[in-house]
Design a protein around this ligand. Sequence first.
Ligand code: IVH
Length: 658
Amino acid sequence: MTIDRMNELIRIINKASYEYNTLDNPTITDQEYDDYFMELLRIEEKHPEWKRDDSPTNRVGGEVINEFNKVTHEIPMLSFNDIFNEDEIISFTERIEKAVGHVDFTCEPKMDGLAVSLKYEKGKLVRGATRGDGVTGEDITHNVKTIKTIPFTLNEPIDIEVRGEIYMSKKSFDKINEERAKRGEKLLANPRNAAAGSVRQLDSKIAASRKLDCMIYYLPEAEKYGIHTQLESLEFMKKLGFQVNYKHNKLAHNVNDILNYVEEYTKLRDTLPYEIDGIVLKVNDLKMAEKLGYTVRTPKWGIAYKFPAKEVLTTIEEIKFTVGRTGQITPNAIFKPVHVAGSLISKATLHNEDYILDKDIKVGDVVSIRKAGDVIPEVVEVKKNRRTGREIPFQMITNCPICNSKLIKKDTAYYCVNPKCPAKKIETLIHYASRDAMNIEGFGDRVVEDFYNMGYLKDFPDFYNLGSYKEDLMELEGFGERSIQKLLDSIEASKQNSLERLLFGIGIRHVGAKTAKILAAYYKNIDNLINTDFDTLNNIKDIGFIIAESVVNYFDEENLKMIEKLKEYGLNMNYLGKVVEDELFKDKTFVLTGGLSSITRNEAKDLIESKGGKTSSSVSKKTDVVIVGENPGSKYEDAKKLNIKVWNEQEFLEKVGM
Ligand code: IVH
């Protein structure tokens, strides 16, 4: 047992691990590896004073942090604009050619995980950080150290920062879910969420158990190392010991090469051992890339092509009914879990009885599933030629699945009208806390349901009294002081919300987020609204008699008592809305579709409104501009069909001067 032997073992194990994990080319057997590892563990146990920071035994995790420290990215961590079809690929290459002449492009699989920055000093790993908002990320070094494809020590003792993607292989994902299923735990939705969730853990044992991986794809200051092209960057980073995608990154000399690559990888995608959600294109020549430069938030020298939504076949095992907050009954198809466009899904809404009868959906049917707008799962069609005759015809229920009261049919939908139905109450509370309503973070379905069932949360004012049960709540399984404090903090913060959030949150029938805003802006405080009458309401622009009636009826004795209680708890009941700053978008109607990356949807709406514009949820001839984010839905198609102006996130931000 000598220090030399320990150093030798570290060398042997690191080499074997690199060959196995990074090169996918093992040179020793698992048994030999385990023997070396055990020997190293024994030496370190006997001589803790010899233990090195870069010992592979540190990969098993164990380091626990109290909170995530903030990290400033000296070179901002940007991401590319997204595009969705061939035409946009062609326009992208044309735009570049026009600006700098002919160039080659690298085509790279777009790894579906989360971006990471890795910093090394004198060849030693010193920091791993998430992207965050691009300028400020979070320090995740303790978790990064558990990832075997991230070297502790590079093959050269240099200072360097590289960027890549932390991801979970399909195999690890399936294995983890198999184990979770056995333990009766909730399944992880998709490898990306699983990876992101793992690095967001304070205890690095969890990340270690999740078997994450890391693919490196970008060297921010390549010229410092005498590098001239993206391909050379990749080669250089590979030599340093990183995993780069040398098998699948390719050079394209023209747009045809790119289109062929995209076609090939659209087909190949399912055979890869990890999820990819598109293809990243980068100008290979770094001088040319530099010349093309950056817009405010994205490099002009690259782009991310996103794959279209996919359809997958599965079998419907059951049709399950849920009760919404209005009492509306929704049938849902429960099917064998399938991967669709990167996530594991096992249910889809079937909307109502007519929808099911129209599509002729039966339990036992083989159906095709897709994610509409790449987000919401839907049943596309029944594969009638796969029927065996054993399928069970659909039968609408007559009583509430939760409280058993008789259902009432109104138009196409059935309702549970029992005001005391627990399912309705829970949905009402979930809605109250939801992002667009009171935005009380942490109160998702599970927490609200648990707190309701345990009697802590029966009505809206109970949120504000949870603090008095703090000690009891901390004892609940899955909670601790920190998580309960977090819930209490977000409850406290929500007290300052502007009136429209409360009006939307309390669930007045027919009052959506938009109507709530109109009412709040008009009445300025809740007392004015309570004291108004039907005619005044009915005369407000965009408020019809159905809403007017519903608002007047809402403020009955019981609800007025509830509002009084909220007041006693110190809730703001005034409209704090934005004043119109300028009239850049005066009388213009905008529709937002897809995910925005640098601002939230609500911030975008506020921005539009602060410039005199309006937002709408559907595209029509009256729409002036459709703002398209990541994975846009059918609204993007509608905009193209109707020839409506389309801006991407970048263009929108430029217009508003951000
Ligand atoms: S390069 C300046 N290469 O997809 C942007 N990104 O916008 C440098 N991604 O969020 C990123 N695979 O996290 C690059 N081969 C690849 C990638 C990749 C996945 C992610 C990245 C970013 C987005 C691209």
